[in-house]
Design a protein around this ligand. Structure first.
Ligand code: IPD
Length: 264
C-alpha cells in the first residue's frame, strides 16, 4: 500500500456512497436550486447534498486535508493533500434524466491549481451507468477491475473526438470556430455533457481524444489522472499546462494533431 492507493481506496468508498445518493435523488425527481455563471449553468439540490456528504466524510476521515469543491468552495489552504471534488459532473444531463453524469473525486498535492499540482488519486463514478474509473499515481488506471492502456494510433478515417461548450453564450462563437478547425482531423464529434466522462472515455479508448475551453479544476482533476496513468497526455496548448484556456486529453500523437488544428 502507498499513500496514493490509500487515498484512492477512500475516494472510491466515498464516491460509491455519493453516487448512490445522487442516483436515489434523481429517481425522486430533481429540484433546480439556483443558476450560477449563466442561465444555463444550474445547480440542483442534489449537487449540494452530495457535495456536503463527500466533504463531511473527508473531513471525518482526513481532517488535516484541504478541500476544493464545485458547490461549496475551498478550505484548508496550505495542506499537503487537497481533495478536488465535482459532486455531480454533467448537471444538465442529471436534470434532464440523461444517465451520463458522474461523481468526480481527486486528491492532489501542492496548491490545488492544475498548473502546479501533482494528482495522487482520482475516481470518476457514473452511478446510473454502473461504471467506476480509477487511477492512483504510479499504479495505473482502471475501469472497474480492467487495466486501461492507450495505444498511439489514429485510424485512416480520423479521430473520434469529444468537446464541450461553455455555459456563457458569449463564448459560443469562439467554441464553434475552434470546432471548425478541428473537424478536418475528426471522423466525428461527440458532446456527451460531462467532461469527467469525456476524459475518462479517452483512457478507455471509447473516444480517441478530447479538448475543451473553460473547464474548472474539479471537472478534470480525477479524469486527467486516469488518462495520464493509461499512457495518454493531458495539457494545454503551446507547452502550457491545463487551465481554463484549454485542456486536451489524448494519446501523444493525436494530442499534437489536436493542438496543431486548434492553433491553425
Ligand atoms: C460541465 C460539464 C460539461 C462541460 C462544462 C462543465 P457541470 O460541468 O462537464 O460537459 O462542457 O464545461 O462545466 O457544470 O455539469 O459540473
Amino acid at each position: 500500500m502507498s499513500l496514493e492507493t490509500d487515498l484512492l481506496d477512500l475516494a472510491v468508498d466515498i464516491a460509491c456512497e455519493a453516487g448512490e445518493l445522487a442516483r436515489r435523488r434523481r429517481s425522486e425527481g430533481v429540484a433546480i436550486a439556483a443558476t450560477k455563471s449563466a442561465l444555463a449553468d444550474i445547480v440542483t439540490e442534489a449537487d449540494r447534498e452530495v457535495e456536503a456528504l463527500i466533504r463531511s466524510r473527508l473531513s471525518a476521515e482526513r481532517p488535516g486535508d484541504g478541500f476544493l469543491g464545485e458547490e461549496s468552495g475551498s478550505a484548508g489552504e496550505g495542506a499537503d493533500v487537497t481533495w478536488v471534488v465535482d459532486p455531480i459532473d454533467g448537471t444538465v444531463n442529471y436534470a434532464y434524466g440523461i444517465p451520463a453524469y458522474a461523481v468526480s473525486i481527486a486528491a492532489v498535492s501542492g496548491v490545488p491549481d492544475p498548473s502546479t499540482w501533482t494528482a495522487l488519486a482520482g475516481v470518476v463514478h457514473a452511478p446510473a451507468l454502473g461504471e467506476l474509473f480509477t487511477a492512483a499515481r504510479g499504479d495505473g488506471a482502471r475501469l472497474g477491475p480492467q487495466t486501461l492502456r492507450l495505444t498511439d494510433e489514429i485510424g485512416a478515417a480520423g479521430a473520434l473526438l469529444a468537446t464541450g461548450f461553455g455555459y456563457d453564450p458569449a463564448t459560443h462563437a469562439g467554441d464553434l470556430a475552434r470546432l471548425a478547425k478541428v473537424m478536418p482531423i475528426a471522423r466525428d464529434i461527440r458532446r456527451i455533457g460531462a467532461a469527467s466522462l469525456d476524459i475518462s472515455y479517452v483512457a478507455a479508448g471509447r473516444l480517441d481524444g478530447y479538448y475543451e475551453r473553460g473547464l474548472n479544476p474539479w471537472d478534470h482533476a480525477a479524469a486527467g489522472l486516469v488518462v495520464t496513468e493509461a499512457g495518454g497526455r493531458v495539457g494545454g496548448i503551446g507547452g502550457r499546462s491545463v487551465s481554463r484556456d484549454m485542456i486536451i486529453a489524448a494519446p501523444p500523437s493525436l494530442y499534437a494533431a489536436i493542438e496543431r488544428a486548434i492553433a491553425g
